[in-house]
Ligand binder design. Structure first.
Ligand code: SIN
Length: 483
């Protein structure tokens, strides 16, 4: 059997693509872990959108400024102009965003936005609400615990995918179109805000096949995650908190962000993350988020999930300052795609959402533009694929289907070291020497007989390190210091 579509990933981009594909298409959605284990589910702050036509130029300007003007202008223009019909469409389909007392959509502000233009749902559970909405409206089959380990690629055609099933069996599925929507690479880092499913294996497959990965050095660190928990995935303290009055202080209650940027806490997030990193290094002082500007009842109402989560971890908001640190958050780089989502030089392989790079985020993504990107570019890719209506001929695929070993005994220690190495060497502030040392280490690991998944992660890490070394001057989120 040949599917019409295989979608790899069940976050916002993959599920929205699935929702928009006609019911009569045979669609297989491969979800690496359980359906809720995705970055979309954890997204708090919201989804950016131009508020109206007059806001489009300003949204574009803010996106470019945050992105250090390294963005692909066409992609940014498309993102912003399509934001209005895209949000309208999903609302008409039943998605509910929070409203003001007057019944109009409530927009909040986040760092580097020059006005309030972030929609949110259930206060601070925007990602979860969109994710649940998309799951409820998904008319196609989702297979969970399906870990993709190869793409069936020959010349400029993708014939389908090879994956490990929940029983660790290897399966092959053929499709006329393959859409990669597998998200980012957070689990390559020791500290991050991502779902554990996001470990960059698909990027590794792409690298292995010499398909272009673009801007992989552009990795974003969220400035405010709660410090001191034992898991790699750190609890996020949304940008929206700062957008609505929270501010950053040292342990002596000194507000130091204005020493780094005239917008203080509301500067683009690469600047805020670096400032925290630098200040802590220089002074040795602990860094905290203060909620002093909030009144308890209003805070609980506006940020119910953050309130409860942080309470469970021992802090009573808004009365207590909470210790924070930056953590890996988002990869601006990814599989090089055209604006219609087609992977460069391919006829029927698409990439959308965080895994893709069409240049929309430039060197540093503007807060809350990622959920929007997922919706806008999934819609465009679906329309393009329906229009092209490409059909594979399965008989033409002549390559051998390889047998992979998913994990091996030696993987565990290497995996831990990989995450430590990436955090220390390809983090907020980089040096050439550390990058080179890390690259040498990763290359030596690649010579070992490791499991398939770790091998792919190592390839992705190598791509990030190589790209970081190639960009010798700092730009946006990529900050390189003299050795
Ligand atoms: C947040 O709520 O701070 C995350 C928003 C984003 O990454 O765009």
């Amino acid at each position: 059997m040949i599917y019409d579509y295989i979608i790899i990933g069940a976050g916002i981009a993959g599920l929205n693509a699935a929702r928009l594909l006609p019911k009569n298409k045979r669609v297989l959605i491969l979800c690496k872990m359980s359906t809720w284990n995705s970055n979309t589910f954890w997204a708090q702050g919201g989804i950016a959108s131009a508020v109206d036509k007059s806001d489009i130029p300003t949204h574009i300007k803010d996106t470019l400024e945050a992105g250090a003007n390294y963005n692909n202008l066409e992609a940014v223009e498309l993102l912003s102009s399509e934001s209005i019909p895209t949000i309208k469409e999903i609302i008409e389909a039943g998605m509910i965003f929070d409203k003001n007392v007057d019944g109009n959509l409530a927009y909040t502000k986040e760092a580097a936005h020059s006005r309030n233009r972030i929609l949110h749902a259930q206060g601070d559970a925007t990602g979860r609400e969109i994710h649940l909405f998309l799951l409820e409206h998904c008319p196609h089959e989702i297979v969970t615990q399906a870990v993709v380990c190869d793409l069936l690629i020959q010349d400029d055609i993708c014939y389908g995918v090879q994956y490990f099933s929940s029983e660790y069996e290897q399966k092959v599925a053929f499709a006329h179109n393959t859409i990669i929507a597998s998200g980012g690479v957070g689990s390559l880092y020791k500290y991050h805000t991502n779902s554990t499913a996001n470990a960059g294996e698909i990027h590794g497959i792409i690298a292995e096949k010499n398909i272009s990965l673009k801007d992989m050095e552009m990795t974003q660190f969220h400035p405010t995650v709660l410090k001191g928990t034992s898991f790699a995935r750190k609890p996020l303290l949304s940008e929206a908190l700062r957008g609505e009055g929270a501010f950053i202080v040292d342990e002596n209650n000194k507000r130091f962000l204005f020493d780094y940027h005239p917008s203080g806490e509301l500067a683009p997030r690469d600047i805020v993350s670096r400032a925290i990193f630098d200040y802590n290094k220089k002074t040795g002082l602990g860094i905290f988020l203060s909620f002093k500007n909030f009144e308890k009842k209003a805070f609980k109402q506006r940020f119910p999930n953050i309130y409860e989560n942080i309470k469970d971890l021992g802090y009573e908001l808004p009365f207590e300052n909470v210790p924070i640190s930056p953590a890996f958050h988002y990869c601006m780089g990814g599989i090089e795609v055209a604006l219609n989502g087609l992977v460069k030089n391919f006829k029927n392989l698409y990439a959308i959402g965080e895994v893709a790079c069409n240049g929309v985020h430039g060197a540093n993504r503007l807060a809350s533009n990622s959920l929007l990107e997922g919706l806008v570019f999934s819609r465009i890719a679906v329309n393009k694929s329906l229009e092209v209506d490409f059909k594979i001929d399965k008989q033409n695929y002549k390559k051998e289907i390889k047998e992979y070993i998913r994990n091996k005994e030696i993987d565990k220690d290497i995996k831990d070291d990989l995450r430590r190495t990436m955090w220390e060497s390809a983090g907020i502030v980089r040096t050439k020497k550390e990058l080179k040392d890390a690259l040498n280490k990763i290359e030596s690991y690649l010579l070992l007989d490791v499991g398939r998944l770790l091998y792919l992660r190592l390839l992705t890490a190598k791509t990030i390190l190589k790209a970081s070394l190639q960009r010798e001057k700092s730009l946006g989120a990529h900050f390189i210091k003299e050795d």
